[in-house]
Design a protein around this ligand. Structure first.
Ligand SMILES: Nc1ncnc2c1ncn2[C@@H]1O[C@H](COP(=O)(O)OP(=O)(O)O)[C@@H](O)[C@H]1O
Ligand SMILES: O=P(O)(O)OC[C@H](O)CO
Length: 495
């Protein structure tokens, strides 16, 4: 029993990593799946593709390591959050595509709730805002638009889940319908202080209670995988949302410690300990994890587009591969006065405008591909700097150093830009798959083989980026950025 298996179901790929109990990577499996964009602003995944890609990735990791399932102590599961699924209890058949966290279709629904003055109630109970990002209005949309779904849900025949719940259901062959508080805390249906579904919010969003999963602690018992999947059954002992898993995997275990993960989006989380700190500056209050039923909270700044901006550069043919962006952006000293606001799916923290759209400003005849590439990297770094500033003011806990991970954190130039625009050090650990590491370590804790100190021991520094930009230059750039954001806000409202 020497291994922990992490399943990391992300927005663009499903990964599985086999770790030793000390948090060393043994083998990796990875499968991409399709992104479905039925109309501008809509983003869906096929639930079967989520499941199949995740299963194949896990089988691939075990095979690559030459390790049998009976040697795996426990499985930890982590996932893209908020993405909303519904399926049939009897057959396990999905009743619609998964509506992805980036999807903006419920902007009008959110607006209607806001007009009724309900945002303060949602904010106080759930720590969230009324934005299409979260599961609650996506589920309401499904209940109102999928023929027959509401009646099925009321009879307990249709189930709701975020991606963790869908995968636990699939892994256990439909025996377990459960989630954990970190995932539940992203639905707009869950009370932060009591760690339970909120009856009043369920009524407002007209969600039948019978379709909701049971909420178990992040280090709880989530059943066992079907033996035929991996050759023997593996206990599922850790479940948490991917950003919270990265916070755990970055060993940000104490209040005042934080991290930013740059995957498809960028998510800055600050551990606030036992205190759930309400935000007035566009941050979210969320559950970091619950260990043995005791919750640790976090403040979160959610930036919807990070690596996805680099993905877009690829789609429009400016680069052939994501990693090429670094050399291209490095070939110029600065962005030449160009600002790229990556509001492709609206803006999240701290602006929260589902009608914002991407914008490129400051173009001249001298603007080159390289300037655009650099402006894309800077746009992400500016948004994270906006979030970090709000966070420092609100929590009264200034981040001394930002721990970073995720696909985009492989890019040294980007991390230097981030340190410069933040005016703070940025630290990259040796294991950058911290999301998977966090899930594996949580499973180790759930299985009784590790304590949180073991998590701290698993972290080590690989590189540190120190701010080098003069303060007056930083301020001037950030003022230019604010002007550019002002132009992007509200752009899609008319359409
Ligand atoms: N060298 C790089 N520079 C900038 N962005 C990169 C680089 N390598 C990968 N990315 C971006 O990182 C993202 C993938 O990161 P990952 O952590 O795997 O995301 P997710 O978990 O959201 O699927 C992609 O959007 C990709 O464009
Ligand atoms: O798939 P990622 O890593 O971009 O994470 C997605 C977030 O969980 C969305 O809230």
């Amino acid at each position: 029993m020497r291994y922990l298996l992490a399943l990391d179901q992300g927005t663009t790929s499903s990964r599985a990593i086999l770790f030793t109990l000390q948090g060393e990577v043994v083998a990796v499996g990875r499968r991409a799946f399709r992104q479905l964009y039925p109309r501008p602003g809509l983003v869906e995944h096929d639930p079967w593709e989520i499941w199949e890609s995740q299963l194949l990735a896990a089988q691939e990791a075990l095979k690559a390591a030459g390790v049998g399932a009976e040697e795996v102590l426990a499985l930890g599961l982590t996932n893209q959050r908020e993405t909303t699924l519904v399926w049939d209890r009897a057959t396990g058949r999905p009743l619609y595509n998964a509506i992805v966290w980036q999807d903006r279709r419920t902007a009008p629904l959110c607006e209607a709730f806001k007009e009724k003055g309900l945002e303060p109630l949602f904010r106080e109970r759930t720590g969230l805002l009324l934005d299409p990002y979260f599961s609650g209005t996506k589920l309401l949309w499904l209940l109102e638009n999928v023929p027959g779904l509401r009646a099925q849900a009321e009879r307990g025949e249709a189930l709701f889940g975020t991606v963790d719940t869908w995968l636990i259901w699939s892994l256990t062959g439909g025996k377990v319908h459960a989630t954990d508080p970190t995932n539940a805390s992203r639905t707009l249906l869950f009370r932060l202080d009591r760690l339970e579904w909120d009856g009043e919010l369920l009524d407002l969003l007209k969600v039948p209670r019978a379709m909701l999963p049971e909420v178990r602690p992040s280090d709880g018992d989530f059943g066992e995988t079907l033996p035929e999947l991996f050759g023997a059954s593996i206990p599922i002992r850790g479940v948490l949302g991917d950003q919270q898993a990265a916070l755990f995997g970055q060993a940000a275990l104490l209040a005042g410690e934080g991290k930013c993960t740059y995957g498809t989006g960028a998510f800055l989380l600050l551990n606030t300990g036992e205190r759930a700190i309400p935000s007035r500056k566009g941050l979210l209050t969320t559950v970091a994890w619950s260990l043995g039923g005791k919750a640790t909270y976090a403040l979160e700044g959610s930036v919807f587009v990070a690596g996805a901006a680099v993905g877009w550069l690829k789609e429009v043919g400016l680069i052939a591969e994501s990693r090429e962006v670094e050399a291209l952006a490095r070939s110029v000293e600065d962005a030449g006065g160009v600002y790229l606001v990556p509001a492709f799916t609206g803006l999240g923290a701290p602006y929260w405008d589902p009608y914002a759209r991407g914008a490129i400003l400051g173009l001249t005849r001298g603007t080159t591909r390289a300037h655009l590439a650099r402006a894309a990297l800077e746009g992400v770094a500016f948004l994270v700097a906006d979030v970090a500033e709000a966070m420092a003011e609100e929590a009264g806990l200034p981040l001394e150093e930002l721990r970073v991970d995720g696909g985009m954190a492989e890019n040294d130039l980007f991390l230097q830009i981030q340190a410069d625009l933040l005016g703070r050090a940025v630290a990259r650990p040796r294991v950058t798959e911290t999301t998977a590491l966090g899930a594996a370590l949580m499973a180790g804790v759930g299985a009784g083989a590790l304590d949180p100190e073991g998590v701290r021991r698993a972290w080590s520094l690989e590189a540190r980026f120190l701010p080098q930009m003069p303060e007056d230059r930083r301020q001037a750039l950030r003022r230019g950025w604010q002007r550019a954001v002002g132009r992007a806000l509200g752009f899609a409202r008319e359409t």
